[in-house]
Design a protein around this ligand. Structure first.
Ligand SMILES: Cc1cc2nc3c(=O)[nH]c(=O)nc-3n(C[C@H](O)[C@H](O)[C@H](O)COP(=O)(O)OP(=O)(O)OC[C@H]3O[C@@H](n4cnc5c(N)ncnc54)[C@H](O)[C@@H]3O)c2cc1C
Ligand code: SF4
Ligand code: SF4
Length: 477
């Protein structure tokens, strides 16, 4: 299989949902232009025709659609296939944890945020500053609100700075943040920041980069192409930037209800926050900290769908953040130009302390080990889920050519095809052939892939002038 295959709703319902791989991001439900699927018990469910099979969509099999499958993070193209299309002309360095322009460690100077935050409070401080500075008009986050069950966050769109601050800290059950983009659209927000775990960032990248020529079909009128294009592309077009959180797994809800509440006797209303640092730490409102060994929590309560995820460090995010190997500080990875631009303005506001990554070798090493381990976790198969290692990079131009070749075999006239193309690209430019670009330069000193059977040797942390510090960083005098 290659990019010359258009995944369908049927593929998604069988290869992803029935196969137990669906990560519950809800992106398929978000982008469905025809109200065929709903988000029920964390999965997409076909509700348009009760008498039909779970994998039947009349639109997909009639005029054609499959917008849902085009954004699903578990189907081709996956993270490793989108590197060139996303970073091709935006070169930084490339390591086992993805492409980056700068990597460093940071902490907010705002004490009210740091007190609530998970690590260095960088995610919340960045969002709060961006809202104050008018860079965004809202942020999609996970938070436990007044109407939510304690310890179970729901996706939220926050438009006030104080609301954003209240969303600091991490919750370890899955929260489908992508669904909140529907609310951002209802509110007609035009500059949205999005925070999510890696499997929530990948759909955003697919909305941006998958070529809309996949919408061309023999029986489809331009108005339908235009509607489908709006759902496929529209949500990502509202985003100013996104922040991806490092993530190895989330836990099943039973960790909260069965283990913490019933077995440990801690009412969930008494829990103020969690952290995972070699063990699961449960911070109680009375100041006590209860603990569960990490191995035990993972063995009994790790969500099985996470075993299908190969992306630890949000490899397609504008900015990726995590806390491995740090103490009250956030590892910050600036990956895209968009991410670097917003960071430069944020840092210039004087609200953060920063350190080069060379000063935290432990964080650098753990990041690489965990990124490698997560890559290895995704089974290599011959299915069209895109996990074959030597698959080519996704190419919008190739997709475009393939779509044109397919439609050429139908009775559609040249004028009708052109009208459909205008609708698919919303009057904008069509993809050009790009030859031989590369996602990033290798990290200096990287010994690269080890011979079969040998352990990977880690490269040294990059120097500040090799991307190992924030943009424009100079050592203190
Ligand atoms: C489920 C999960 C697993 C993680 N696993 C790791 C890990 O293995 N290693 C590691 O280094 N880092 C991990 N992180 C990231 C880490 O916990 C911090 O979020 C990160 O270091 C940023 O810290 P901060 O203080 O800058 O963020 P803060 O300022 O505290 O902001 C945290 C942000 O996380 C968002 N958030 C909270 N819960 C969720 C959720 N369930 N889903 C999506 N977004 C959420 C909030 O909306 C908030 O915007 C994980 C995060 C989550 C949510
Ligand atoms: S194929 Fe289109 S109409 Fe059918 S479920 Fe997917 S997005 Fe909805
Ligand atoms: S888009 Fe997300 S929720 Fe939908 S099938 Fe794929 S992984 Fe599951």
């Amino acid at each position: 299989m290659s990019s010359l295959y258009h995944n369908t709703f049927k593929d998604m319902m069988n290869d992803v949902v029935a196969a137990g791989s669906c990560c519950e991001c809800g992106s398929c439900v978000l982008v469905c232009p025809h109200n065929v699927i709903e988000y029920i018990d964390g999965k997409p469910k076909q509700t348009a025709k009760e008498s039909a099979a779970f994998d039947y969509c009349g639109i997909s099999e009639g005029v054609g659609c499959d917008v849902c499958a085009s954004v699903c993070p578990r189907l081709w193209p996956r993270e490793q296939h989108l590197r060139d299309v996303q970073f091709g002309n935006d070169r930084g360095y490339e390591g086992v944890f993805g492409v980056y322009r700068h990597i460093f460690v940071a902490r907010t100077r705002r004490d009210d945020i740091l007190q609530r935050a998970q690590d260095g409070g960088i995610v919340t401080a960045l969002l709060a500053w961006a809202r104050e500075a008018g860079e965004i008009d809202g942020a999609v986050v996970s938070a436990v609100g007044e109407n939510d069950d304690p310890c179970f966050p729901t996706p939220k769109v926050m438009t006030e700075v104080e609301e954003i601050k209240s969303s600091a800290s991490s919750w370890y059950t899955y929260c489908p943040n992508n669904l909140a983009l529907a609310e951002a659209e209802e509110k007609d927000l035009k500059q949205v920041a999005f925070v999510g775990v890696p499997c929530q960032i990948t759909p955003l990248s697919k909305m941006t980069y998958v070529d809309p020529s996949i919408l061309l079909a023999a029986k489809k009128k331009p108005q339908i192409v235009s509607r489908q294009r709006g759902f496929m592309k529209g949500y990502a077009e509202r985003l100013s930037f996104n922040v991806g959180l490092f993530c190895t797994e989330v836990f099943r809800p039973e960790l909260m209800t069965e283990r913490i509440e019933q077995q440990m006797g801690i009412p969930l209303t008494e829990v103020s926050k969690f952290n995972v640092k070699g063990e699961v730490l449960i911070y109680k409102k009375d100041g006590d900290i209860a603990r569960i060994p990490l191995e035990e929590a993972m063995h009994e309560y790790q969500r099985p769908e996470c075993k299908h995820c190969g992306d630890f460090s949000a490899e397609l995010a504008d900015i990726a953040c995590g806390g491995v190997g740090t103490d009250q500080a956030t590892i910050v990875v600036l990956r895209t130009q968009r991410g670097e631009d917003i960071w430069r303005k944020f840092e210039a506001a004087g609200l953060v302390d920063v350190w080069p990554i060379q000063e935290n070798k432990k964080a650098w090493n753990i990041l690489q080990r965990l990124a490698q381990r997560q890559h290895d976790r995704v089974p290599v198969t011959t299915l069209r889920n895109g996990t074959i290692p030597d698959l080519p990079q996704y190419s919008p131009f190739e997709e475009h050519q393939f779509s044109l070749a397919q439609i050429a075999h139908t009775a559609k006239s040249a004028e009708d095809i052109e009208a459909a193309l205008v609708a698919a690209y919303a009057g904008g430019p069509r993809p050009l052939e790009v030859i031989g670009y590369m996602a990033g330069q290798p990290i200096p000193g990287d010994p690269g892939e080890p011979p079969p059977g040998e352990k990977r040797k880690l490269p040294p942390p990059p120097r500040p002038d090799q991307g190992g510090a924030p943009p424009g960083w100079t050592p203190a005098a």
